[in-house]
Design a protein around this ligand. Sequence first.
Ligand SMILES: *Cc1c(COP(=O)(O)O)cnc(C)c1O
Length: 392
Amino acid sequence: MNQTIKKADNYFLKTYNRYPIVLESGEGVYLVDDAGKKYLDFAAGIGVFALGYQNKKYNEALKTQIDQLIHTSNLFYNKPSAEAAEKFIQVSGMEKVFFTNSGTEAIEGALKIARKFYFNKTGSPAGEIIAMDHSFHGRSMGALAVTGQPKYQEAFGPMMPNIKFAQFNNLASVKEQINEKTCAILMETVQGEGGLYPTTAEFLSGVKKLCEEYDLLLMLDEIQCGMGRVGEMFAYQAYGVIPDVVTSAKALGCGIPVGAFAARGKAAAVLEPGDHGTTYGFNPLAGAAVEVVLDIYEQTALLNHVKVVSSYLEAKLDELVRDYPGVKERRGMGLMQALELDRPVADVIAKAQELGLIIITAGPNVLRFLPPLVIEKKQIDEMIGILKVCLD
Ligand SMILES: *Cc1c(COP(=O)(O)O)cnc(C)c1O
């Protein structure tokens, strides 16, 4: 047996069922394993590596920063993080941002804004947050409490109180959960792990209206669907709706662990000195990563590229729905796409790996496609060719 797999399985807590592949290097949209086998990557490290592997400009910026200064703590200032913050604010339409080490921590920050927003208004800390069924927001106790999938929560109760769940894309069900204690509504603009469901325009604008009517914070989790994944920097920009709070991570650092929660208007002034903190969070290395990522997006007009190739990917996936009776439906937005099959997809994924293609799931019957954003049409064709063999 492969020694790396053996060691990892011996020593890691068994929280993952990993695929039996040891990845060693990457080039563009391809990964290479320790036996030299090449894989076309349609997962991008779960939507992280947007720029592809070995982007020269990205790598150089990180190397330069490593040789200069990696960490300072947030008791001091550093230039890369200030530059990156300015750029993030410009592209998100938010006013203030706090950078974290992960998506989960970004959610924690958003939850703290919501609770304190209610506290400032009423003098009580017990504000209720409405989250959605089938959502995914992370694995820490706060993020888990707003994740609408009982299978993740079951063994770890009791959950943080004063969380209500509504049905995604069902405005009446959200309205039903609102009472005088409600302070915020949290949802993914496009649900990822929960099966890949984009919000409908009516639902998102309806939720926004409810938030305005009842003085609630609209908090959008863009950890997976943000950072250009759907052809706009953030998915809410495709709907013309601006939230009060947004969370980001995954492609934000393109491999350097970094997340963010950002706020505008009444939500931007809620947290004050002493209310939140992080030791690692947004050290100069993470700052340099976000800065260069946003620079590359702009200089390469990456959002335009995503718009073009994603409509091509949609068309190709729609052909599979048309031609294969076992492929029931395509869902998704931009380069965040899914195919639902009439059976579990584990065999398809294993066969794809054998043929040199990496795809992942979003539920037992759902194939999820999250390629690097730099993917080209010819590589989409290559993926479709392999997928057809797997489906056959
Ligand atoms: C991945 C993800 C998270 C959690 O982010 P981590 O970086 O794994 O902590 C939260 N929300 C959504 C929508 C995600 O896709």
